[in-house]
Design a protein around this ligand. Structure first.
Ligand code: PLP
Length: 397
């Protein structure tokens, strides 16, 4: 390994990508890979989507950045469109998912403060959650491996060990401000949360005057075949954090809220130098142009069905390695009988990229624009990788 000037925080694969087109990536030494990782559920429309390229090019020649000291028409436009298609009335733009969640938590606490209940600051979260890497969000996620060595855990987060409604009810107290949950836990291993549980959380929040926050950073913007995952279940939050897919690869996020929840976020309570800058807004609006086209989300659902059927057949053929196919839309996971690293490496050797997740899951999160060619290539690569893995396991046993 050559000495690197970079922080050693990432265990990077030895691949240098130079170019992308659709669901395909090419390295500097001209090897082609099928990208079923999509920048970890970010490149919703694949690489170099013509409409996104055009929108960004056009904006780069006009104006990059002015700060939030001035009106930014692209923010108004994207904000209005996000509100028109969701429960929300108000939007705050950020640069990342963790920042969108920080805004969500601040909004929930200010809501209670505005009502004269500054003591209501606690946020209930769940085992297996992942909400980002800021100091507050590692406390929200509550996972020891992300908290270790970073000093006292930020106060105000109560991590419950199970998705048990009775436990949630008994954990709500005088200081509870909100409940924060991912409708499908992404990093945690594509763990679907039952709609019944989400409905019960909604009911509990209404009864106790606490706010429901959905983290749709990974599940949002078409990933599950719906614009937002919760829309399939008919359970609405008061506040929602989004990021990843909305930028299609341009760093951006947003915190959406109902008018009531956002009421106490008055001038001076929050801000961001870059959040919602003209470049990000041009891309975010362009992503929505495509995702909101007639038939786009239906096509994601149809593609999902085809891919899931093929994955189920692969699971049946390799029951000693794959025990379950999980997920919705194009946020899918293979639950394995071992950590996913070996299978991931074997897939990479066959020209296919995927992502590890917790709970021994190999995550499959392709761009939302894939078709039959990509499904066929992926299944062929996966089967070859599984053959190699089974053979090497038999030899070692
Ligand atoms: N929330 C969820 C559900 C995520 O999957 C992620 C990132 O993987 C985050 C929050 C943090 O987003 P970011 O890395 O953009 O800060």
């Amino acid at each position: 390994m050559t000495q690197s000037s970079l922080f050693a925080t990432y265990a990077r694969a030895d691949l240098k990508f130079e170019k992308g087109e659709g669901a395909w990536l090419t390295t500097n030494d001209n090897r082609r890979f099928l990208d079923f990782a999509a920048g970890i559920a970010v490149n919703s429309l694949g690489h170099a989507h013509p409409h996104l390229v055009e929108a960004l090019k056009e904006q780069t020649e006009k104006l990059w950045h002015v700060s939030n000291l001035y009106e930014i028409p692209g923010q108004q436009k994207l904000g209005e469109r996000l509100c028109a298609h969701t429960f929300a009335d108000k939007v705050f733009f950020t640069n990342s998912g963790a920042e969108a969640l920080e805004c969500a938590v601040k909004t929930a606490r200010r809501y209670h403060y505005g009502k004269g209940h500054g003591e209501k600051t606690n946020i209930i979260t769940f085992d297996g959650a992942f909400h980002g890497r800021t100091l507050a969000m590692i406390a929200a996620g509550g996972q020891a491996k992300y908290l270790e060595g970073f000093g006292e855990k930020a106060p105000g987060f109560l991590n419950l060990p199970a998705l048990d409604i009775e436990l949630v009810k008994s954990s709500v107290g005088e200081n509870t401000a909100a409940i924060l949950i991912e409708p499908i836990q992404g990093e945690g291993g594509i763990r679907e949360i039952s709609p019944v549980f989400l409905k019960e959380l909604r009911k509990l929040c209404d009864e106790s005057d606490i706010l429901l926050i959905f983290d749709e950073v990974q599940t949002g913007v078409g990933r599950t075949g719906y614009l937002f995952a919760h829309q399939e279940y008919g359970v609405e939050p008061d506040i929602m954090a989004i990021a990843k897919g909305i930028g299609g690869g341009f760093p951006m996020g947003a915190c959406l809220a109902s008018a009531e929840a956002a009421e106490a976020m008055v001038p001076g309570t929050h801000g961001s130098t870059y959040g919602g800058n003209p470049l990000a807004m041009a891309v975010g609006n362009a992503v929505l142009d495509v995702i909101l086209e007639d038939g786009f989300l239906q096509n994601v659902r149809d593609t999902s069905l085809k891919l899931k059927q093929r994955l189920a057949a692969v699971r049946d053929a390799y029951p000693d390695i794959i025990t379950e196919v999980r997920g919705r839309g194009l946020l899918l996971g293979l639950k394995l009988t071992m950590p996913p690293a070996e299978l991931l490496a074997a897939c990479r050797e066959e020209g296919m990229l995927a992502v590890p997740a917790g709970d021994n899951v190999l995550r499959i999160v392709p761009p939302l624009i894939i078709g039959q060619e990509e499904i066929d290539f992926a299944m062929n690569a996966l089967e070859k990788a599984l053959d190699k893995l089974s053979a090497s396991r038999k030899n070692t046993h």
